[in-house]
Design a protein around this ligand. Structure first.
Ligand code: NDP
Length: 284
């Protein structure tokens, strides 16, 4: 019997890696599917990112995730980008091709889209994206590529919203405009989907983006990228007005599942990954 002591390697590069639960979720999927793969959680300081990527090449990594603060900086060390990574300017997942080239993609946006599609097809919809940071850019790009008709990017810093709306307008057929997120912002009429892609509400169950909740109704799907708490103040208030809601946990698990799919070719069991995430985050 031949024993193979050399697993395929993937992992994560970030700072503050000790607080990142992804390793537990990925390894749960690998174990469940009998994959001889290991996911290594790596603390990588910003000034050593290039060296770390070169190290991953040298050690034959099949790919890796990038998290805060490397999602934009890693681009310069890669060989290719997928269209969504190119448009969003952010990479959270790198794949090694059979030719050894490292291609960057963004599974945050894909993960969001999968969670959204469980509830609504974004094709032909009008959407409001609250925020213009990394997560918002990934979400906005995927919504546009999925055929959203109209998009309003609403952000506290108007210049960032302007920039994202311009990217969407220039690169896709979605009609996009930018507005400032100010207290009492009213969701425009005929909006189908509202996404909170700001960090407002993260670890703060009683804080929410300052939109006028009287403009939310049972006509809306309201999604929140914030995953801790799972049911944010925005989602609770939206559900109380009859809106369908989507929490950030679904997006988180879907983006991890997407990475497993891209690296291994195996379609992983969503429930196994979600259960492990809830368990390690003390949510069970
Ligand atoms: P960034 O720092 O890139 O962006 C933060 C965004 O939030 C900006 O648009 C910022 O506006 C806005 N913001 C922050 N504070 C306030 C405030 N007090 N009032 C109004 N707007 C505010 O962060 P990311 O985009 O990387 O992350 C955003 C959130 O997405 C985080 O909570 C993160 O955990 C979550 N996330 C979830 C994922 C999932 O799988 N569920 C995946 C990735 C991220 P401004 O431009 O004015 O500063």
């Amino acid at each position: 019997m031949t024993i193979d002591f050399l697993p395929e390697l993937v992992g994560s590069m970030s700072t503050g890696a000790a607080g990142n639960p992804t390793v537990a979720v990925m390894e749960a999927a690998f174990r469940h599917h009998g994959l001889h793969w290991r996911y290594v959680n790596m603390e990588v300081p910003p000034d050593l990112l290039g060296v770390a990527v070169a190290g991953a090449r040298a050690m034959g990594f099949r790919g890796f995730n990038c998290s805060i603060p490397h999602k934009q900086a890693v681009v310069q060390f890669l060989d290719d980008l997928t269209p969504s990574a190119e448009l969003s300017g952010a990479v959270n997942c790198v794949m090694r091709g059979s030719d050894g080239r490292f291609t960057g993609t963004n599974t945050d946006g894909l993960g969001f889209l999968r969670a959204l599609r469980d509830v609504i097809d974004p094709h032909g919809t009008n959407v409001v994206v609250l925020g213009a940071g990394g997560a918002a850019r990934a979400v906005a790009v995927e919504l546009a590529l999925a055929g959203a008709t109209r998009m309003t990017v609403c952000n506290r810093t108007l210049s960032a919203a302007d920039d994202l709306a311009r990217v969407i307008r220039d690169a896709t057929s979605t009609i996009a405009d930018a507005v400032e997120l100010s207290v009492g912002y009213g969701i425009p009429e005929r909006t189908d989907i509202v996404v909170n892609a700001t960090s407002v509400g993260l670890y703060e169950p009683d804080t929410m983006v300052p939109i006028d909740m009287d403009t939310i109704s049972d006509q809306h799907v309201v999604a929140d990228v914030v995953f801790n708490p799972i049911e944010t103040s925005l989602l609770r208030a939206s559900a109380a007005r009859g809106a369908q809601t989507i929490n950030g946990l679904a997006m988180l698990v879907h983006q991890a599942a997407e990475a497993v799919r891209l690296w291994t070719g195996v379609d992983p069991d969503f429930d196994v990954m979600e259960t492990k995430l809830r368990e390690v985050m003390g949510l069970e």
